[in-house]
Design a protein around this ligand. Sequence first.
Ligand code: 13P
Ligand code: SF4
Length: 302
Amino acid sequence: MDELTRIKQLKKEKNAIILAHNYQRGEVQDAADFVGDSFGLSQEAASHDADVIVFCGVDFMAESAAILSPEKTVLMPELSAQCPMAAMITPDSLIKEKEKYPGAAVVCYVNTSAAVKAESDICCTSANAVKVVESLEEDEIIFVPDRNLASYVARYTGKKIIPWRGYCPTHEMILPGDILLEKEDHPDAEILVHPECRPEVIDLADKVLSTSGMLKYASQSGTPEFIIGTEIGLIHRLSLENPGKTFIPATRFAVCPNMKMNTLGSIVRALENNEHVIEVRESVRVKARIALDGMLEVGRGD
Ligand code: 13P
Ligand code: SF4
């Protein structure tokens, strides 16, 4: 039996669904029940009535699903699929930062551990970072861990943003020169970039959007050609959903190796062996949930 047929059989047996991020391998996206960005995946995890969620993404995404749906079994096919940016801040270092700015609110990007979320007032994703910050009463905001997203938020809000020094190694690979080179060859192409990109890349963009924001925008725009400044896995869905339009990656080097760890074989193993179960300590989960619920309540901004 091939892997796809076996996955279908196991999903039925276990009342399981597969959630996959927009950067997953094409064949993993095609096997999933829902493919989306961090915001959409959190919404789906919170609302679906399956018993088992197989999460094809990275650590913080599966952890968010476990925080939002403690009654479900959340499985991560590849435990080593970790987001390096999320590892750039610890709860202890955030507690020290909060002591330095006692009047500030804490906004954490969803790319953080459950323990960091538990120390934050509210969470955000790339789809609603500006909207979340604007929703707060405080004028001073500690924004962790992405310095690029923090600088993007600072541009579009009147708030004082205190950034952390984290970054996404994959999005840092995209350089202004890459965009300018592609623009020379494709002068009519629209430039869409993710807010995790460097500020010098953001300066060149026509639109700054989350991964699902890019999918929505590309389908609605009359432009037939786009330069895409994000992880190259997004090109799979962009091309599939927009036949006749061309999507040019800003650089082929923008690959997130962690996002590429899940395979059809690892999904079969996860379902057969009920591995690897993601659990969050209840005292942490309850506090982290407040930050995630706040994020979902604010809604999407793109
Ligand atoms: P999105 O929420 O826009 O899909 O981004 C998630 C991520 O990890 C980007 O690197
Ligand atoms: Fe983390 Fe960057 Fe990979 Fe997203 S693309 S999971 S932020 S390393």
